[in-house]
Design a protein around this ligand. Structure first.
Ligand code: FES
Length: 104
């Protein structure tokens, strides 16, 4: 476990223990203010859309293939958009800050 900082859709910041060794989505989906993650991490629904804080964006592996394509279709897409089911969370990312994107 390692801390993750999450900004919900109301702009409130929460510090929670993130699950390591799995995607960021696995932590977010369990929160009342989290995400729907309808496809369960299959990279097909985009209901796990987040914005990664600029200080952290460069420390994550870049989006690939299906994730890139799905992100292109989102009206709320920003340069720091990611699908949280495609972002692995590891102990060395302790303190990772993400913003839950509005429903698209
Ligand atoms: S959970 Fe569906 S795309 Fe990430």
């Amino acid at each position: 476990m390692a801390d993750m900082v999450i900004v919900d859709r109301d702009g409130t910041e929460h510090t929670v223990e993130g699950k390591t060794g799995v995607s960021v989505m696995e932590t977010l989906r369990e929160l009342d203010y989290g995400i729907a993650a309808i496809c369960g991490g299959m990279c097909s629904c985009a209901t796990c859309h987040i914005y990664v804080d600029d200080a952290w964006a460069g420390r994550l592996p870049a989006a690939q293939g299906d994730e890139k394509e799905l992100l292109q279709e989102l009206s709320g897409r920003k340069p720091n958009s990611r699908l949280s089911c495609q972002v692995p969370f590891t102990a060395d990312l302790a303190g990772l800050k993400v913003v839950i994107a509005p429903d698209d």
